[in-house]
Design a protein around this ligand. Structure first.
Ligand code: PLP
Length: 385
């Protein structure tokens, strides 16, 4: 019997995948399911993107690129920061990766020694803790609640900092809460981390999915931090697996060496898709999608409150609502399975995102069309009220 490494004991599954499987079984048996569990946008890509991808393949562009990605794409990302956030970044500081998952792995592997701690909020994107564990680090999950918009503050970080702390991971907007870190607070967080010689990693994968608020990039706070981003969410290209990171100059050489070894290259046809995605015609399409997400949030947020879920902080970005379900259940995992079976509505249990009050929370994703969301709310109302 082959035994796997001990570190595997601490790698938890995505509980939402169990729900998805259960939902798919119910669908196969003829039951209509409203999917509000998986954080994957459900729109078709503009034709320009599919054309660019097939044209690249037709021209034989199916080999490896540089480990950092296509020069044109890195330059396109430079323009993205200049046009959207008035930030100047040199293309040498950008590494294109297989999804932002690739970028997160690179930065953790390159920055964190075995036994060193990485501070992150609880709840948070679950893979972060697993990336840290996979590379021998120690995730330090700090509970965050509605008082701070489910985000870490500079004071939280300063209080949690220990001798072995090396880095801090935050995301704005956050998965699962859709809440933001104000720029002033991020500047304070940067100060705390910098004074202690640590590394601040800011996940901006939902950066462009903001509703009625102005965005910024952490790169306007400092050049001396790592920013993570992706073509998966705003650009809807989840399966094409293209993301990127922007790192301080002194980290680029080790990150590139590691990228060469871990990935050789990000997927080439997908990089041509990404190049097309940042053209104005496609951006106009994604902006329409963003308006549509805003419309869905503006429907779902008050509808969930009316049903009796508590959502103390208005989610201002991403496509998630993190709701306290304790009026109905204090075992959110069971609650999710129960409402899937009884109503056909699939949502994600809090324990996918951490430990703190996880059993009192569920996450709704508004990635499917408005009609499905309206239908989901109707079914929940019939069952819960
Ligand atoms: C906060 C956050 N970061 C990173 C990722 C990884 O996305 P991808 O690898 O598709 O870019 C996700 C995916 O859901 C996410 O929610």
């Amino acid at each position: 019997m082959i035994s796997v490494a001990q570190r595997m004991d601490s790698i938890a599954p995505f509980y939402v995948m169990e729900l998805l499987e259960e939902a798919q079984k119910l669908e196969a048996a003829g039951k209509k399911i409203v999917h509000m569990e998986v954080g994957e946008p459900a729109f078709s890509l503009p034709q320009k993107i599919t054309e660019a991808t097939t044209a690249a393949l037709a021209l034989g562009k199916s080999g490896y690129t540089s480990a950092c990605g296509l020069t044109e794409l890195r330059e396109g990302i430079v323009r993205y920061y200049r046009d959207n956030y008035s930030v100047d970044v040199s293309p040498q500081r950008i590494i294109v990766t297989p999804g932002s998952s690739g970028a997160l792995q690179l930065v953790i592997a390159a920055a964190v020694n075995a036994g060193e701690e990485v501070i992150m909020p609880d709840p948070t994107y679950p893979c972060n803790r697993h990336f840290v564990l996979a590379f021998g680090g120690v995730p330090k999950n700090i509970p965050v609640g509605s008082e701070t918009g489910y985000q870490l503050t500079a004071d939280d970080i300063s209080n949690a900092w220990g001798e072995k702390t090396k880095a801090v991971m935050v995301a704005s907007p956050s998965n699962p809460t859709g809440t933001l870190i104000e720029k002033e607070e991020l500047a304070k967080i940067y100060q705390v981390v910098e004074e202690r010689g640590g590394l601040l990693i800011v996940d901006e994968i939902y950066q462009k999915l903001l509703y009625q608020v102005e965005g910024y990039s952490a790169l306007s706070v400092s050049d001396n931090l790592v920013v993570i981003n992706s073509f998966s969410k705003y650009f809807g290209m989840t399966g094409l697996r293209v993301g990127w990171l922007v790192a301080p100059e002194k980290m680029i050489d080790p990150l590139v060496r590691l990228a060469q070894n871990l990935f050789i290259s990000p997927p080439t046809p997908s990089q041509y898709a990404a190049l097309a995605a940042i053209e104005p015609e496609c951006i106009a399409f994604f902006e329409q999608q963003r308006q549509e997400f805003a419309r869905r949030r503006d429907f779902l947020y008050p509808a969930l409150l009316e049903l009796g879920f508590q959502i103390p902080v208005m989610p201002e970005g991403a496509f998630y609502i993190y709701a306290d379900c304790s009026r109905f259940s204090t075992d959110s995992y069971r609650f999710c399975h129960e409402i899937l079976q009884k109503t056909g509505v699939a949502i994600t249990p809090g324990k996918d995102f951490g430990f703190y009050k996880a059993e009192n929370h569920v996450r709704f994703a508004y990635t499917r069309d408005m009609e499905s969301i309206v239908e989901g709310v109707k079914k929940l109302k019939e069952y819960l009220l």
